[in-house]
Design a protein around this ligand. Structure first.
Ligand SMILES: Nc1ncnc2c1ncn2[C@@H]1O[C@H](COP(=O)(O)OP(=O)(O)O)[C@@H](O)[C@H]1O
Ligand SMILES: [Mg+2]
Length: 313
């Protein structure tokens, strides 16, 4: 297999989506809220909207889960700028997350040019108007824990109050999906009125006791996609424990390591995916010596994988 073929297969692997229990409950909860809202609209009833808080550490798979949900729900219209209807508007929280800047970003996501000359009050009035005009049912804010970052408690509260008022709006209530790191939970709990409007869903950290089966099935899922057979050693509890540890307990990072190991196997033109592929993949990604490689070190549990993987996680 030449490098182009490997690159092609890698693209397909990276585009694949591995189902998981957290995604399943997120999807169920979203569907429930969506159906309820549509039912109420048909019945001409207006009631306060609700939200989902999708919480997990960096690399757990939050952004991927929301993107997947929005793209795979065939009954959602994610209108482009020219379409009238846009069921969900999604954007990452900008920094600094001041009331005005969050409002400007929301407006921009709705397809309107940034207007710096307007006050926060006018901007949010426009956001409300456009959400109604586009018949938007949900607003998704990614990295929502940043709402409390780099700003005064007063600014944070004003953003939260504004989001709350969107949910309670009498003429067009808008539901919320907030995805973010565990600090998001503290932020919501800080305001009980807000917290009770949200259903929290968490990406739990994987562990070597409860999640071995999930790890095995994820390895098998990706190996099969690449026409590789997993070596028997990969399906032993010790290997699963090492892989979970190497991925800092995060589901998404586990997948990244599996895909990187598959690339090693494809490049050496193997038909079996082996532990050495994982070892090499970790070395390449972290640049660390064997003593700090969870696929090599005897006492791998003392290694701080998150630190070694560094970068964006
Ligand atoms: N269900 C999934 N299927 C396939 N890949 C996933 C899945 N969840 C996460 N990933 C991969 O894991 C990595 C981290 O996921 P991401 O959604 O960015 O995490 P987060 O937003 O929680 O930091 C990405 O490379 C992503 O492609
Ligand atoms: Mg993310």
């Amino acid at each position: 297999m030449n490098n182009n073929d490997v690159a092609k297969r890698m693209l397909a692997l990276r585009a694949a989506f591995a189902s998981n229990p957290t995604y399943a409950s997120f999807q169920r909860q979203f569907q429930t809220l969506l159906e309820r809202r549509r039912f109420e609209m048909d019945a001409g009833v207006v009631s306060e909207a609700r939200g989902i808080a999708l919480i997990g550490a960096s690399g757990s798979g939050k952004t991927t889960a929301v993107n997947r949900l929005l793209r795979s729900s065939s009954d959602l219209v994610l209108g482009g700028i020219d379409d009238i209807r846009c069921d969900v508007v999604s954007f990452p929280v900008p920094s600094p997350a001041t009331l005005k800047f969050v409002g400007q970003t929301a407006l921009h996501s709705l397809g309107y040019p940034l207007r710096r000359d307007k006050t926060a009050y006018i901007i949010w009035d426009m956001v409300r108007e456009h959400l109604h005009a586009r018949r938007t049912l949900f607003l998704h804010l990614d990295e929502a824990q940043d709402l409390s970052l780099h700003q005064t408690p007063r600014e944070m509260q004003s953003v939260i109050n504004t989001l709350k008022s969107l949910m309670q709006n009498r003429s067009w209530p808008v539901g919320m999906i907030l995805s973010g790191m565990p600090a998001l939970k503290n932020m919501l709990n800080h305001d009980p009125q807000l917290a009770r409007r949200f259903y929290p869903i968490e990406f739990p950290s994987l562990n070597a006791i409860n999640d071995i089966e999930q790890v095995f099935s994820t390895i098998s899922f990706y190996a099969a996609k690449a026409d590789l057979t997993p070596a028997e050693d990969l399906l032993l509890p010790d290997f699963a424990a090492r892989l979970i540890h190497a991925a800092a307990g995060e589901f998404g990072l586990t997948i990244e390591l599996i895909i990187a190991a598959i690339e090693r196997a494809l490049l050496r033109e193997a038909s079996v995916l082996e532990p050495r592929d994982f070892r090499e993949a970790f070395t390449l990604r972290s640049g660390c010596v064997d003593g700090l490689n969870p696929f090599v070190a005897e006492d791998f549990e003392r290694i701080d994988s998150r630190k070694l993987l560094g970068g964006g996680i």
